[in-house]
Design a protein around this ligand. Structure first.
Ligand code: ADP
Ligand code: MG
Length: 364
């Protein structure tokens, strides 16, 4: 099911007497979600992710804008008539019901021609349970399950009616690190199998990058960039998006372009043919540093962390906006701690420039 968001805006009126400013939770958000894709809605806490999801599900009404599921304008439909499956961070299962009863609960309210027999309901509940691999646990109560298993029950319950759109709001936040990894792969598998258009909300960039066909990076109610995870990582539109994606994060420096060269401090680190003189922010991805004896960029070496797969070089530079610079280099490198200094050459496509005023990307 294709989902179209058209100039979607949600404003919450201020309740605070002293501060009468309204909260613009979602601002003029337009986006067509292609049928069958998994979209990661990503941004810091308070940026409007849950509100966006609630507008799509119908739990909240937009201040303006429209929502379409395929040809259907669902903007004025109540949630129960939209055909959405919802999963939240806290699994919200009925504690006194068994797994099976929890899963088939949404089927019990079906009326008229949609009404199902007890056998049909049981069969559908079993199919949904099998999809999330909890079909062995059907007679347990939620209290007898691990967090990961409870979240699977919640997902099965959202899937049992075969929704047109599946909406997941930080579904992994209550799980420990290992389960989070495992469950996100499960969600990806289930989504691939069912081909249900899915919107997955998270503040965790790695989570969004790893399972999404496309990500939407939000801030202050505004969708800053939409695209394939790798494209957004390689080609961020502004400094916020560049800083939000990637672990370790991008290293940011004060820089200048002069004489067609890029300067960080006194070091001329790259040629910049055709760019006029200006002050810039320079973003360098951790993998953009190459250890090189006569490299143009000189930094004070703080320490070296051996990670097994690669080496983290932690260093300092006066022009850096972060207290420490982090460079990731291959294990074939030999870092000489004695000298106290380290020199790098830079990989041009891993170096990103941003306007000092607008923080928009400057292409070179
Ligand atoms: P996120 O899910 O990204 O953390 P939310 O969508 O929950 O963000 O919230 C976006 C903004 O809208 C926040 O500033 C939040 O305080 C505000 N907000 C959310 N719900 C309400 C509400 N019911 N009334 C007033 N303000 C709200
Ligand atoms: Mg939220």
């Amino acid at each position: 099911m294709e989902v179209v968001l058209q100039n979607l805006t949600k404003i919450f009126p201020s309740r605070d007497r002293k501060n009468r400013e309204d909260v613009v939770a979602v601002s003029d958000f337009s986006f067509t979600i292609p049928d069958g894709e998994l979209i990661g809605l990503l941004g810091p806490s308070g940026c409007g992710k849950s509100t966006t999801l609630n507008l799509i599900s119908g739990l909240q009404k937009p201040t303006s804008g429209r929502i379409f599921f395929g040809e259907d304008d669902v903007t004025d439909l109540p949630p129960e008539n939209r055909g959405v499956g919802l999963v939240f961070q806290n699994y919200a299962l009925y504690p006194h019901l068994t797994v099976k009863q929890n899963i088939l609960f949404p089927l019990q309210n079906l009326k008229g021609k949609d009404k199902l027999s007890k056998e049909e309901m049981g069969k559908k509940a079993y199919e949904a349970a099998k999809l999330v691999q909890i079909d062995e646990l059907m007679d347990r109560k939620p209290g007898q399950l691990s967090g990961g298993q409870q979240q699977r029950v919640a997902i099965a319950r959202a899937l049992v009616k075969i929704p047109r759109v599946l909406l997941l709001d930080e579904p992994l936040s209550n799980l420990d690190a290992r389960l989070r990894l495992q469950t996100r792969e499960e969600i990806r598998r289930i989504q691939r199998e069912t081909k249900i258009t899915t919107i997955f909300v998270t503040h965790d960039q790695e989570e969004a990058m790893s399972i999404s066909d496309r990500i939407v990076v939000m801030k202050d109610g505004v969708a800053h960039q939409i695209g394939k995870p790798q494209d957004v990582y390689d080609d961020p539109r502004n400094l916020f998006v560049a800083k939000f994606l990637g672990t370790p994060p991008i290293n940011v420096f004060d820089g200048q372009v002069r004489d067609e060269r890029l300067y960080i401090g006194e070091d001329a680190v790259l040629d910049m043919k055709g760019l006029s003189e200006r002050e810039v922010y320079v973003g360098i991805r951790p993998e953009g540093f190459l250890l090189q004896e006569n490299g143009p960029m000189c930094c004070k070496l703080s320490r070296v962390e051996v990670m097994g797969r690669d080496i983290s070089v932690v260093a300092e530079n006066k022009a850096s906006l972060n207290p420490a610079i982090r460079a990731i280099i291959g294990t074939e490198n030999n870092v000489n701690m004695q000298q106290g200094m380290v020199r790098f050459a830079l990989v041009p496509r891993k170096v990103l420039l941003f306007d000092k005023e607008t923080e928009e990307r400057i292409k070179f």
